[in-house]
Design a protein around this ligand. Structure first.
Ligand code: UD1
Length: 379
């Protein structure tokens, strides 16, 4: 059985980790990784493969950056050649990036079965490129792995319930698997001169916050809060770096640093007083590591974190950011036993990848998948 995973961007490397580990325990399975090259900087890619102990990509398409059309079109062309060469029995896609979209579209047009991990997420905001990517990936996939009940409900509403399985969240698997290692090995607090519980972490990378005036508002608000409340460590995504570096008058207590490797990020989030982010993954990682989050967006796919009172949507409004920040600094931890148990119910207890892999291998063995016939069609 030949399985091929397509990844390209930082959060996908994290999602791949638990799946690759679980697949490696099955004899008779060959698992090849195709890296599209969407993220290519050492700090955005290589270091993640090293820290997550991922198998080296069998193929790197080296697509790099570009407009959505250029990047996706390049991926489609190069993926088609890779799929022809590898002739996989199934293509596995992850999350909602342009790499997800291209791989799902390319494979389905070649009649190769496609499975989507982290299916069914919806922000209901079509201005987000990820929303389009995930809708297309879900509707072109043959098997869908929904991390939460909410995601499962979205798939059912869109007529995709028969193809879908609720599994829990592989990012929770990754946090549980790597937390002890992060605690033991990361020296990021010492390097950045931070005291546990007495700093905040911020990340932004979404176009809505980085390619508009929102960037100036967010950065100046955080700079003021860093001066008045707590130092804020701010790892800069390459998308945002040039614009932030140009802003005048930012406080030294807003510590601008390079993107950090996975284990350092886990350590920062675990020890922070709060997280402020527009990332999808980080909202959950904060919850899993019992750190309150304020989300610099108008919407979120991870609505359970809002319902549990561990995450708050603030958009880019300075008053809302300030209120939520001050509230998180001044309040007791919202992570009581009830919240922790509900996090397990919503996101699983760290075995989601095994649930996915067991289902995937059984599903692939069903006669109607007719894998050899599929292979012949695109050979
Ligand atoms: C992508 C995903 C987003 C995911 C994020 C994680 C899409 C549409 N978006 O956004 O869902 O949350 O990854 O980080 O797929 N760049 C570099 N070096 C790199 C990568 C990017 O310098 O290694 C710069 C380039 O200027 C590039 C820009 O960052 O144009 C944006 O990169 P891109 O991969 O297009 O989107 P992300 O913002 O990273």
């Amino acid at each position: 059985m030949k399985l091929l995973s397509v990844v390209g961007a930082r959060p996908q490397f994290v999602k791949l980790g638990p799946i690759a580990r679980s697949l490696a325990r099955h004899a008779g399975v060959t698992h090849t990784i195709v890296h599209t090259g969407q993220h290519y900087d050492e700090k955005m890619s290589t270091v993640f493969f090293d820290q997550l102990e991922l198998p080296k990509p069998g193929i790197n398409l080296e697509v790099g950056s570009g407009s959505h059309a250029v990047q996706s079109a390049d991926m489609l062309t190069r993926l088609e050649a890779a799929f022809l060469k590898e002739s996989p029995d199934v293509v596995i896609v992850y999350g909602d990036t342009n790499s997800t979209l291209a791989a799902a579209l390319c494979a389905t047009k070649m009649h190769i079965p496609v499975v989507h991990i982290e299916a069914g997420l919806r922000s209901f905001n079509r201005a987000m490129p990820e929303e389009i990517n995930r809708i297309v990936a879900d509707h072109t996939s043959d098997r869908l792995y929904a991390p939460t009940e909410t995601a499962m409900t979205h798939l059912q509403r869109e007529g995709l319930g028969d193809k879908a399985v609720q599994t829990g969240d592989v990012m929770r698997d990754a946090v549980i698997f790597h937390s002890a290692q992060a605690t033991a090995s990361s020296t990021v607090l010492e390097t950045q001169n931070l005291t546990p519980g007495e700093f905040a972490v911020c990340t932004i990378h979404r176009p809505a916050n980085t390619d508009t005036d929102a960037l100036v508002t967010i950065a100046s608000t955080l700079s003021r809060l860093a001066d008045q409340q707590l130092p804020i460590v701010f790892p800069l995504h390459p998308r945002v770096r040039p614009a932030v570096m140009k802003l005048p008058g930012l406080s030294d207590k807003l510590q601008l640093i390079d993107p950090v490797p996975y284990l350092d990020m886990l350590k920062l989030v675990a020890e922070a007083r709060l997280v402020a982010t527009d990332s999808g993954g980080l909202q959950k990682e904060a919850a899993f590591l019992e750190t309150p989050c304020i989300t610099l967006r108008e919407d979120t796919e991870w609505v359970e974190t809002l319902e549990l009172g561990v995450n708050r949507l603030v958009g880019s409004d300075p008053v809302q950011i300030t209120n939520a920040f001050e509230h998180a600094v001044g309040s007791d931890s919202p992570f009581n036993a009830d919240v922790l148990s509900k996090l397990n119910n919503h996101y699983g207890t760290g075995h989601s990848a095994d649930i996915i892999v067991d289902d995937l291998l059984s599903w692939l063995a069903l006669p109607d998948q007719n894998i050899s016939a599929n292979r012949n069609k695109h050979a």
